[in-house]
Structure formats: structure tokens, C-alpha cells
Ligand binder design. Sequence first.
Ligand code: CP
Ligand code: NVA
Length: 295
Amino acid sequence: MPTHLLDVDDLTTDELAAVLDRAATIKANGESDLLDGQTLGMIFEKPSTRTRVSFETGMTQLGGHAVFLGPEDIHLGHGEPVKDTSRALSRYVDFIMARVFDHADVVELAEYADVPVINALTDDAHPCQTLADLLTIREQFDGFDGASVAWVGDGNNVCQSLVLGAAMTGIDLTVATPEGYAITDDVLDRAAAVGTPPKTTHDPETAMADADVVYTDVWVSMGQEDERGQKLKAFDGFQITPEMLDDRTLMHCLPAHRGEEVTDAAIESDNAIVWDQAENRLHAQKGLLAWLSER
Ligand code: CP
Ligand code: NVA
């Protein structure tokens, strides 16, 4: 059975630490031929800048190769069942990476794959983002104990994987979401099963009171464009401004919708570490791929 990464808690706490350590070593030493001759199949049902380029570049830097499989390129889900795509790709590639809408599709890919399946974002989870964020927090705060993080925004994919990553690493996390946009009970239960679940509130100020870091994400996620009007109303009061930030560090997975969840001034300020986060996508995923290949 291959090891898959459908969400952060597919790894044990020790395995998560090993992936982050592997990433840090590769970042420091620039190892190059770890994946010589290996191929990553990259399924994308949604657009991507960071995930696509960091995975493709990472494979090249490690001596391997990546194949981009966009929605118009393959039959996934429309011309053939997900399970057939999974079994066929398993005969060609060494890893499958997938960015899809329905989380059930990565679960099905993994169920039928003979190679590791990596979730590159579903509507419910974004574990690769969390790996990079944990690496970034560890670098900025010399470990996980010193950082208190406030999530201010939607309780969907990026937030839910961060909740699991924070529980597993001991990061003190408080999640502020508008009513109706909270993380699921399933994620709260899973966080409790692997560590300390986050505190939750509907008030950004309460979440930020003791925080060193404020993390936000778009209010209108990919695929939610029809909900735009309703969401802009629901998230009133959740926009991160320099005044709200004060001397706190700002994190954002990007892409950012300036003028919605964050002001231009806040994301362009010296408090923002969003480019370090974006860079660490590359290192974290190289660490993940190397670690998976060595299992
Ligand atoms: N954060 C992130 O996943 O960015 P992309 O959508 O550009 O891949
Ligand atoms: N929540 C955002 C994250 C993008 C990386 C989305 O799903 O569009």
C-alpha cells in the first residue's frame, strides 16, 4: 500500500516532523538527483500558480519530471471514472498529484492507485499548503512553541488543514470564522485525535488578542463564484488591515484578493511573510516527494 497525503493527519506526528526536516535539509543543501528518472502526474481541475510551478520545478530540481494534466487534457471524471484514471496513471508515473473540487475524488484516486497520491487542494483540504506554512512558522519562530496564530477568514480547505497541522505540532491556534463558515466537526474531532484542537470564535478581535501571527485566505474560493454576494456580506468585519495587524505577522496562502480579505497596504507591509510561504511550497513539496520515494 503506498502512503498517500490526502490531508495532514494521514501522516503521524513523527512522519510530519520527518517530512519537514527533509524539506529543511533539501532547502539548506540543495540536493539534486533524489528522484532521478521519476515522474509526477499533476491533475488540475482548478487553476494554480504556486502549486503547479513549485511541484513541476521541484521535480526538475530533484532530477525527475512532471506531466501537467489539465481539465481539457485527460478524461478524469467526465470521459472515464476516477478509478480508471487512477489505475492507468499508476502504470506510468511514480506519484500522482491532484487538485480537484470534490475531496471524494482524491479519496477514490488513492483507493485505486499503486503510487502515492498527493492532495494539491480540494474544497475541503490543502495539506501541501500546510506543510509549507509549518516550515515557515518553524523558521520564523524557531520552532512551534513560540507562535500563537489567529486564523481570520473562511473555515474551508486551507484553514482545515492548518487546524490539523497546528494540532499535530502544538501551535496555539484560534480560528475566527463568520457564522455558517466554521470548520467542520469532523476536522475538530480529527484535530482532537492528533493533538490539541483550536479555540474557535466568530469574532476576529477575540482570535487576534494574544496572537503573533494572523493568517487569512480568500473569501470566495475557486468554484464559489456564484456565492460571491452572499460571502462578501457574511465576511464583513473580517478584512485584515494594517491597523488590525498592528505588529503581528501576516500569513496568506495566496492568491490574495486585495480589497476583500486583506488590504493592499497590509499585504505589501513588512509584516507580511507571504513570499516566504510561497517559496516554502517548493521546499516542503521536495521534502515530501523525497520522503515518499524513500518509503
Ligand atoms: N496557495 C496555492 O495553492 O496557490 P495556487 O492556487 O497558486 O496554487
Ligand atoms: N481557499 C482558496 C485557496 C486557494 C489556494 C480556494 O480554494 O480557492
